[in-house]
Design a protein around this ligand. Structure first.
Ligand SMILES: Cc1cc2nc3c(=O)[nH]c(=O)nc-3n(C[C@H](O)[C@H](O)[C@H](O)COP(=O)(O)OP(=O)(O)OC[C@H]3O[C@@H](n4cnc5c(N)ncnc54)[C@H](O)[C@@H]3O)c2cc1C
Length: 487
């Protein structure tokens, strides 16, 4: 009898996935599984940020608790032919990373509770919450967290991929400000990962994203934060030379100001074939008029400026950068370079050439070349991003994000090919100047980029070991197809 049920179990495990499996999920979690064309199903699909994220899962699960996620993962893991996707804010531009055709999408957005501890030192955030939900809760008591700069970005993807915030030059990556992850493993077990329990999983989740389980709650350290200076300055092309020089100076190790985070988005807008620069600057120190900000405010000409005293809830108001427009195909790609007197101008020139020779011919194209400093490595508990404690990337290393959006799927291959080529060109220019870097930021990366190689061999081996330990059957490697995989 035992043998027959074992054989049956194995057979079921390999039967093809079908709508009946979604019905089974529906029976286990009534009222939480949705099919096309229900209103909730359609609303979930149309809420993906990039157009290509809007796939057609067989059903969508909207869990309301870690227990729901546990029951679902246990059920889905039983049948190897079932594929599923994990979705928090749905902002990944990579095809199939947080949604799926023919399978189950676990849309975590009903799990969006945010609670502050009594002393306000910890914010407990369910991983379906977006940053625009978090800051109003923290701002009202004068604290903040290391979270996203876009209100609709999900906490789940942002934190597990690293996370660069307005305060990151001083306070590091978002993931390094986590004190505990609540995680549902492939077995369905709900565990905590922190500096005392499941330490290896705790470290792996800081940069390893969806390779180990479904994160259901993130406990974040808060820090005191009074209103700070921040805003955007929009410059015309005539100011580009001066801003690239100013950015190189801003990265100077001897004078850098850890309270200031500057993100420069050089943007091409296809509609009017214009180039402009949107500088987002945050100064979180107590100084009223910091010298470092004058570096930007003194550059002329400017089209507009919104630099003012603000807080994160206000700062999240919609960006004027047209690269973030809705209902478009989106591609991100990234590289990192060290700083030298001329590398920023060389990299910018390569991007402008790519716009002129190829991207500007694409219908509806908006493209951006975005640069910002790499956050410092953690002072205490390690993450998996691969920087040593002695590294000073906040002064030495620049993360380059190439972001495009455009209209038609027919143009996607041309955009992708030119973006990968541009990354190679920037890397070659960096190599010529001896400032080539290995690290690639996962949350900005295109799907073919080798993220975990960029963390270094030791970190990659560590991530593989942790994946084998917590998910011995490889559920999150094989059944959750989307995402950067450690194997
Ligand atoms: C408008 C915009 C603004 C941005 N601003 C910033 C910024 O300020 N700083 C920055 O660092 N990045 C920023 N990003 C990049 C952003 O961090 C990544 O796109 C991030 O992965 C988005 O997370 P998400 O939860 O919204 O995405 P999703 O598409 O839902 O998920 C991304 C990946 O994470 C996995 N994942 C999501 N939730 C979980 C979970 N709970 N458990 C396990 N795996 C999970 C998914 O399976 C998927 O592979 C921005 C992106 C956009 C589009």
């Amino acid at each position: 009898m035992k043998k027959i049920s074992l054989a049956l179990g194995i057979l079921i495990g390999y039967l093809p996935f079908s709508a009946a499996d979604c019905n089974q999920l529906h029976a286990l979690l009534p009222g939480k599984v949705f099919f096309e064309p229900s209103e909730i199903y359609n609303a979930s699909i149309s809420s993906y940020f990039p157009l290509q994220g809007r796939l057609s899962p067989t059903c969508i699960l909207r869990p309301e608790s870690a227990k729901d996620v546990s029951l679902a993962v246990k059920t889905l893991a039983r049948k190897r032919s079932t594929h599923f996707a994990i979705r928090s804010g749905g902002h990944s531009p990579n095809h199939g990373f947080s949604n799926i055709d023919d399978g189950v999408t676990i849309d975590l957005r009903s799990m969006n509770d945010i609670a502050l501890s009594k002393d306000w030192k910890i914010a407990r955030v369910q991983s379906g919450a977006v940053w625009g939900d978090v800051y109003p809760v923290t701002d009202q008591v004068g604290v903040s967290v290391i979270g996203g700069r876009g209100g609709t970005v999900g906490t789940g993807g942002f934190i597990t991929g690293g996370g660069i915030s307005a305060f990151s030059r001083r306070r590091g990556w978002g993931c390094d400000n986590v004190v505990n992850f609540q995680v549902v493993l492939a077995s369905g077990e709900i565990v905590d990962a922190n500096a005392a329990h499941n330490k290896d999983l705790f470290r792996a989740l800081k940069g390893g994203q969806n390779n180990f389980g479904v994160v259901t709650r993130i406990d974040l350290m808060t820090h005191e934060q009074s209103p700070f200076l921040g805003g955007a300055i929009l410059y015309p092309k005539e100011a580009f030379d001066a801003t690239l020089d100013a950015f190189t100076e801003y990265m100077n190790r001897s004078t850098f100001d850890p309270d200031e985070l500057a993100e420069l988005s050089y943007t091409y807008v296809g509609g009017d074939q214009s180039f402009s620069l949107l500088l987002n600057t945050f100064h979180s120190g107590s100084v009223q008029s910091p010298n470092s900000l004058q570096r930007w405010t003194s550059i002329q000409p400017q089209i507009s400026s919104t630099v003012r005293t603000t807080n994160m809830s206000k700062k999240l108001q919609p960006s004027s950068c047209k690269v973030y427009a809705d209902l478009k195909r989106v591609m991100y790609g990234t590289t990192s370079v060290g700083i030298s007197p001329t590398i920023m101008k060389k990299a910018y020139t390569l991007w402008e050439a790519a716009v002129n020779d190829t991207l500007s011919r694409i219908s509806g194209m908006n493209s951006a070349f975005i640069i910002q400093p790499t956050p410092p490595p953690p002072k205490s508990f390690a993450n998996s991003l691969g920087f040593g404690n002695a590294a000073v990337p906040e002064a030495d290393s620049v993360i380059v994000l190439l972001a495009h959006n455009w209209d038609s799927e027919a143009d996607s291959k041309v955009v992708e090919d030119r973006t990968y080529e541009l990354i190679r060109e920037i890397n070659n220019a960096a190599a010529d100047e001896h400032v080539e870097e290995r690290f690639r930021y996962l949350n900005y990366a295109a799907s073919k980029q080798k993220i975990f190689d960029g963390y270094g061999q030791a970190s990659k081996a560590f991530l593989r070991k942790v994946a084998r330990k917590y998910d011995p059957d490889g559920v999150f490697q094989r059944q959750v197809k989307g995402g950067f995989k450690v194997f």
